[in-house]
Each structure stands twice: as structure tokens, then as C-alpha cells.
Design a binder for this molecule. Structure first.
Ligand code: PLP
Length: 349
């Protein structure tokens, strides 16, 4: 029973099958192959406008290079205090040549989101023309968030509006983009550029691919620096077609959404099991494949001993829902989670 993260499962058989087929053919290297171009076209159709697409191997590279493409001397980037970009080993800071990540006040379920007021307050000191504050360049938000919650399209639009008014570009960390689309039931265009998103890190790895991430620019002019930045970062794969081939199958016939719906559905079943259990309770509601349960250390140890994997999750600042000897545990479902997995967990709970 693997509930530790959505990157523990291998790859969906249909993606694997397509890769095996691709392994038997030739392709122009370095992102210029037929499949690379095909996926760029498919993504332009899916997003309902011409997008510039750059394949990379990790979500960390997608985030850091997205933000690096906007960099200026002493770049300032606003984000959630627990955003993944804050914990990427200094990748954003390195690739933006010493950029600074400035956290905005968190709010909402599990203190997982940022609201326009918190973002406005975080930006305010950086509106100064004093050279010492550096150059503000971007606001980045994660969708779905690291705590499993999902911004509505209206929330994204309101945040983008604050960011754009302050002269910032808006980046979305979409490591779990498909889970958010599946949960909201909106179109990819509605959740991105129509709501003010300028650059997207589109993640396939957590939802059925082996390692397939893409940087999607909604304004191709913003992408001017990316080719060199990606090469310098070592993320221009010569056999880039192995990344685009994964996306090609993943995007075909809505597989990406089917897998995300499955993962979210399994997440809902985990939530139901927690609610029905005498030994755990939900820390907050998410509506996605990521669930957060409060359990005693004793209960967590017993369930782990019976074969379930899951991580402990630090309580958000100010969270007062924990009793003595209790902690928050993150339970994640993915494209490969089965009913049996969840039933076994439910029985253990
Ligand atoms: C929200 C979010 N963004 C980015 C990443 C980074 O992905 P990778 O581990 O492929 O660098 C992760 C990985 O856990 C993540 O959860």
C-alpha cells in the first residue's frame, strides 16, 4: 500500500507501451523531432492558443527554468511559504543568479493558499524604487497546492490581477495540474492564461509518466531566454523524444484526465475511510488525490507495520487541531492506486 507520494508508482502501461514502440525508431534529437513538434501542437490545441513548449526531466527544473526565464539582477519572486520552489535545494536561487523567494502570508484550509490581501502585503515593500529591494519579477503558485487543496479559477484570476498590477509575471507549478483540472472540471485554458497565468510547469511524472515535465509559455515572447538556460542547466535531452513520446500518449484520448480522475477518486475514498474511522480524522478537506489525516503516533506505527507507506506532514503554523501524541500524515493516491489498496487501509484505520 503506497500512499507516500504520487511519484512512487512506475508508469501507466499505455505510456510504457508507446515508449517501447518509440525505442525501435529514429528521431531528430534535441527537441526537434516529429513527436516533440506534435506534442507542441497538441498542447496548443488543448490550451486553445499557440504555446511554446520546452521539455525537461524534472519538476524542479521546470520551476527553476520558468522563473529563470524572467530573471533580472536581484530577482524577487513571491510564493507560498511552503511552496515546493522553497524546497528545491536552491535551484530557483541558482538558476535566477541569486534570486530571492519572498513568502506571502498563507491562508485557507491547511494554510495552503495565498489570497490577494496576503500577496499585496508581501509585494508592498518591493514596490520601492530603492535599488536595495532588487527587481520584482514573478509570483508563483502551485495548482494543486502542496496541501492538496485547489485554487478556483476565480481565486487564480484575483491573484494574477494583483501580481500583474505590480508588474509581475505569474507562474503556475503544475506538478499536479491534471488533478486540479479533473477536480475543477474547467478547461486548461480557463485555469491558466484566461485566469492570468503566463508560464506553466506541466507535470506528467506524478500522473502516469516516467519522467515527463514541460514548461509551457502562453506568451512565446517570454520564452526567448529559455533555450540557452535549459541547455546550460543540462536539461536539453538529446533523446528528448522519449519525454515527448510520454506526453504524446498521456495526452491522447484524454488519458491524462482519466488517470487524474482515478487518482482523485481514490483520494476521495481515502478521505471517506478516514472520516469513517475511529482512529483518524481529516486535518482539512482537499477534494484531490492528496489527503491529510490526523493520527496518533501509535496508530501510524501500527498501520506502517502492516505495510502502508505514508509521510508525516508538518502542521501548518497556527494549526491547533492536534491532540497529545498526534501528528498529520499525508496519504496520497495516484493513477495506480487500487480499490483493494484503499480497502486495506480502511480496514487498518
Ligand atoms: C508541487 C511540486 N512541485 C514540484 C515538484 C518537483 O518535482 P521533481 O521531484 O520532479 O523535481 C514536486 C515534487 O514532489 C511537487 O510536489
Amino acid at each position: 500500500m503506497y500512499f507516500a507520494s504520487d511519484n512512487w508508482a512506475g508508469a501507466h502501461p499505455l505510456v510504457a507501451e508507446r515508449l517501447v514502440k518509440a525505442a525501435g525508431s529514429y528521431s531528430v534529437p534535441y527537441g526537434e523531432g516529429q513527436t516533440d513538434r506534435k506534442v507542441q501542437k497538441t498542447l496548443s490545441e488543448i490550451f486553445e492558443r499557440d504555446v511554446s513548449v520546452f521539455f525537461v526531466g524534472t519538476g524542479t527544473a521546470a520551476n527553476a527554468l520558468s522563473l529563470a526565464s524572467l530573471a533580472r539582477p536581484a530577482s524577487v519572486i513571491f510564493c507560498h511559504p511552503r511552496a515546493h520552489v522553497m524546497h528545491e535545494g536552491g535551484a530557483v536561487e541558482l538558476m535566477t543568479n541569486g534570486g530571492k523567494l519572498v513568502p506571502a502570508r498563507p491562508c485557507g484550509p491547511g494554510a495552503s493558499k495565498i489570497d490577494p490581501e496576503g500577496l499585496t502585503k508581501a509585494i508592498a515593500p518591493y514596490l520601492s524604487t530603492d535599488a536595495s529591494v532588487g527587481n520584482r519579477i514573478a509570483f508563483t503558485l502551485s495548482q494543486a497546492t502542496e496541501a492538496g487543496t485547489i485554487y478556483s479559477v476565480e481565486e487564480i484570476a484575483a491573484l494574477s490581477s494583483v501580481a500583474h498590477s505590480a508588474g509581475l509575471k505569474v507562474h503556475m507549478d503544475g506538478a499536479r495540474f491534471s488533478n486540479a483540472i479533473a477536480a475543477l472540471g474547467v478547461t486548461p485554458a480557463e485555469m491558466t492564461w484566461k485566469a492570468g497565468i503566463d508560464i506553466l510547469s506541466l507535470g506528467g511524472t506524478k500522473n502516469g509518466c516516467w519522467c515527463a515535465e514541460a514548461i509551457v509559455f502562453f506568451n512565446p515572447d517570454d520564452a526567448a531566454a529559455l533555450p540557452v538556460l535549459r541547455k546550460r542547466a543540462g536539461h536539453l535531452f538529446s533523446k528528448s523524444s522519449f519525454i515527448s513520446t510520454q506526453f504524446d500518449r498521456w495526452l491522447e484520448n484524454g488519458l491524462w484526465l482519466d488517470l487524474a480522475r482515478h487518482a482523485n477518486g481514490m483520494g476521495e475514498k481515502i478521505a471517506a475511510a478516514v472520516r469513517a474511522s475511529g482512529h483518524a480524522r481529516l486535518a482539512w478537506e482537499t477534494g484531490s488525490n492528496q489527503q491529510f489525516a490526523i493520527m496518533s503516533d501509535e496508530a501510524a506505527a501500527a498501520i506502517r507495520a502492516a505495510g502502508a507507506t505514508f509521510h508525516d506532514w508538518p502542521a501548518p503554523d497556527g494549526f491547533d487541531g492536534l491532540g497529545p501524541g498526534e501528528a498529520i500524515r499525508r496519504l496520497i493516491a495516484c493513477f495506480a492506486t487500487t480499490d483493494e489498496d484503499v480497502e486495506r487501509l480502511a480496514a487498518l484505520l
